[in-house]
Every structure is written in structure tokens, then in C-alpha cells.
Design a protein around this ligand. Structure first.
Ligand code: SF4
Length: 384
């Protein structure tokens, strides 16, 4: 089984198709440096350097810390085409985060640093491995603390569950490696923009819950991969959300690829597909208006027919034949089932539920080669 990571799982959960593009088709988007990334990287590098100094019993001055990295920041930013003013803003943010962090934690003597920026390999079970980096692992008396720095300007709890789950699984690694020395494990999320710290104990109960959740997701992905390889091209469907705006695969995604076609759209489609699309949307709107009108008319006619006990209505050149379609609404399903069972009638009314059957067959290979049912696809158009 491949080694998983949080970003892989996140990709799958946000859109299975983009997961397939990235991790099955192995289409790696072109990497583009930007100011957000430089800010994030350079904050992490500076704090890693700071704690490595602390771990060597040296407490660098704030100016030293800034001096080491300000040049690096400038050097990277110089290669970007952003306005100078914008670059200055990011540099200002970078300095501000370091200054406030430094002042808050100085003289850094309340913890012992175990690791900074370490790559973890976590065993979720005997088959599944997860890999990731943690920003810092400290020891405070007999407790271990996992720290993660956040530079985003959106305040928690926006992505909090994700962060919490990440750190909870890292705690599993800490427990697997350091069980001999520790009493409790805590997570510490440092939101640098807000000068805010989120600090919790990670209990065995938390770990087990999150571990199980991620095991289930990994097995679901593996199952989808097997389906995809054997018979189901749709095993990784699209999921249109606001995140599509930032997706690297829009040009090959069936929801958006047409926008990227390099044909003379005007000449080729003006009188054909484009006109049909417009027409389709127009007719769909008319259809729902007509349906609404028909429903209202039917309600009036129903009352008229009932009141006058009629089976046919004549007016002008049209007439309407009225017939009754009898149906029974089930009020108590269980009791009704029992009643029919007692009367030996249940078999006569048992019917396969098409929706439940679809759900059952979609997740398995039961629809292959049994000759009992056939997968049929109908395209459904919805005007937008
Ligand atoms: S554009 Fe949206 S739906 Fe298409 S692959 Fe990307 S995230 Fe998925």
C-alpha cells in the first residue's frame, strides 16, 4: 500500500477527481513561487533556526534572527513580478510575526526542544503508513508538546478540524516512539497572525477516533482505486465547490475543460451547440413554469370534480377524462410488515428498491457478469 499524507487525504475529500489526477494519473501541477509561500517558508525557517540555537543553549537576539532571514526573503521576493509595495507588506508581516512570537516566548526556557521540522512516518495500522512534517516537538517535564505554526489570515475554527486531526495523528507517532518517557501529549497551534495559541491535551480516546477515521478513508480510497482499475471509470467523480476556482486541473476537468478549448468558438459553435445550450436553458425554465401552472390548474379542477362527482369535464373544444390512481400511504411500516407476514402476504408485495439496489451495486462488483442486471446511464441536463 502506498504511503499516504494529509494533503492526499484532503485532496480526496475535497474532490475525488482532482485526487485521481494528482495521485493516480500523476499529473504534477507546475510549481509557482508566490509571496504567501515565501512568507510561510521563511517564518518556518526562521523559527526552526531560532529553536535550534535555543537547543544549543544560545538565545539569539531578535535582530540576529531577522538579519539571518531578511536577505533570504528579499532574494526570493525579487524574482517575483508583484509590485514592490506588496512585497514590502509581506516582509512587514513576516517581521511582525517573528517579533511578536519572540517577545511572547522569550527567554525560551520553559521547554526542551526534541525536534524541529522533522519528517514523520506514522503506522496507522499494520498496512497503512502516513508521512508528514511537524514544526516542533518539545518536552516539558514529563509531557510532550507538538507545535504547528500557522501564518494564515483567516481565524480558526475555519480549518480547525483538519489541524486538530493532523496533530492528533502526530501524537500517535509520539506515543509510538516515546511511550517510555511521557505522561501526556499536548498540541499547540500557534496562529501567528492573531498572536493566539490553541493548546489541548491529546488523549488516547482522541487518537483512536481520528486513527479509525483515517484508516476508513484510506481503505475507501484503495477500494475506489480497485474499482477504477477493474470496471468503474467514474470511481473518482467531480465535486464542484468554490475550491474549483483554485484547482490546477480545471483545464482537464470535465466540468470546465470546454472553457479552455483552443478553437474559434464563435465560428464553430455560434449556430449549433451554443444555440442549443441557450435553447435548452430557456426551455427548462419554461418547463418548470408550465409545471407550476399545471399544478395550480389541477388543484382547482380536483375541487370542481369532487364537488360535482364528475368523471369527465367538457368545456369549449377540449374535454378531460378523470380517473383515479389509487395508492396507499404507509403509516406504520413495521406493523404493516408484521400484519402481512402473519397473513402470509408479505412476499406478494416485496419489491426491489431501485435506489438502494443502485447504491449496493455501485460499491461492488456484483453488477459484473451475473446477467441479472445491467448498468444504464442517462445523461441529465440542468440549465444554469
Ligand atoms: S475543477 Fe473542481 S471538480 Fe474539477 S477536478 Fe478541480 S476541484 Fe474537482
Amino acid at each position: 500500500m502506498p504511503i499516504y499524507s494529509f494533503s492526499q487525504i484532503q485532496k480526496y475529500l475535497s474532490c475525488p477527481l482532482s485526487y485521481k489526477f494528482r495521485y493516480i494519473d500523476k499529473i504534477v501541477p507546475e510549481f509557482e513561487e508566490n509571496l504567501h509561500l515565501i512568507l510561510w517558508t521563511e517564518v518556518h525557517s526562521a523559527l526552526e533556526w531560532l529553536y535550534n540555537q535555543v537547543n544549543n543553549f544560545k538565545i539569539p537576539k531578535l535582530e540576529e534572527l531577522e538579519a539571518v532571514f531578511v536577505e533570504k526573503f528579499d532574494e526570493k521576493a525579487k524574482k517575483l513580478e508583484n509590485e514592490d509595495e506588496e512585497k514590502k507588506e509581506f516582509l512587514h508581516r513576516w517581521k511582525y510575526y517573528l517579533q511578536s512570537f519572540y517577545k511572547k516566548h522569550y527567554p525560551f526556557d520553559d521547554i526542551k526542544v526534541i525536534w524541529t521540522e522533522i519528517k514523520l512516518l506514522i503506522d496507522l495500522d499494520e498496512k497503512i503508513k502516513f508521512q508528514w512534517f511537524i514544526d516542533r516537538l518539545d518536552k516539558k517535564w514529563e509531557d510532550f508538546i507538538l507545535t504547528d505554526y500557522k501564518t494564515n489570515k483567516n481565524l480558526p475554527p475555519e480549518d480547525k478540524t483538519y489541524y486538530e486531526e493532523q496533530l492528533t495523528l502526530y501524537a500517535l507517532w509520539v506515543k509510538q516512539k516515546y511511550w517510555k518517557y511521557l505522561k501526556k501529549v499536548y498540541w499547540n497551534l500557534e496562529y501567528l497572525h492573531f498572536e493566539l495559541q490553541d493548546f489541548w491535551e491529546i488523549t488516547d480516546e482522541n487518537i483512536e477516533k481520528v486513527r479509525q477515521k483515517y484508516i476508513d478513508i484510506v481503505y475507501e480510497i484503495e477500494q475506489k482505486k480497485a474499482e477504477y482499475n477493474l470496471w468503474n471509470e467514474q470511481a473518482f467523480p467531480t465535486n464542484e465547490t468554490s475550491n474549483c476556482r483554485f484547482c490546477d486541473y480545471k483545464d482537464i476537468c470535465p466540468l470546465f475543460s470546454q472553457i479552455f478549448w483552443k478553437v474559434n468558438y464563435k465560428d464553430l459553435w455560434e449556430d449549433t451547440i451554443k444555440a442549443i445550450v441557450d435553447d435548452y436553458v430557456k426551455l427548462s425554465k419554461q418547463k418548470s413554469e408550465i409545471e407550476k401552472q399545471l399544478k395550480q390548474n389541477k388543484e382547482i379542477l380536483e375541487e370542481f370534480v369532487k364537488e360535482n362527482k364528475l368523471e369527465q369535464i367538457y368545456w369549449n373544444e377540449h374535454s378531460i377524462k378523470v380517473s383515479k390512481l389509487v395508492n396507499y400511504k404507509i403509516l406504520d411500516k413495521e406493523k404493516l410488515k408484521k400484519f402481512l407476514e402473519e397473513k402470509n402476504l408479505l412476499d406478494q408485495v416485496l419489491e426491489l428498491d431501485r435506489f438502494k439496489l443502485k447504491k449496493l451495486l455501485e460499491g461492488t462488483e456484483l453488477n459484473l457478469g451475473t446477467g441479472l442486471c445491467q448498468r444504464q446511464e442517462t445523461l441529465v441536463f440542468r440549465g444554469k
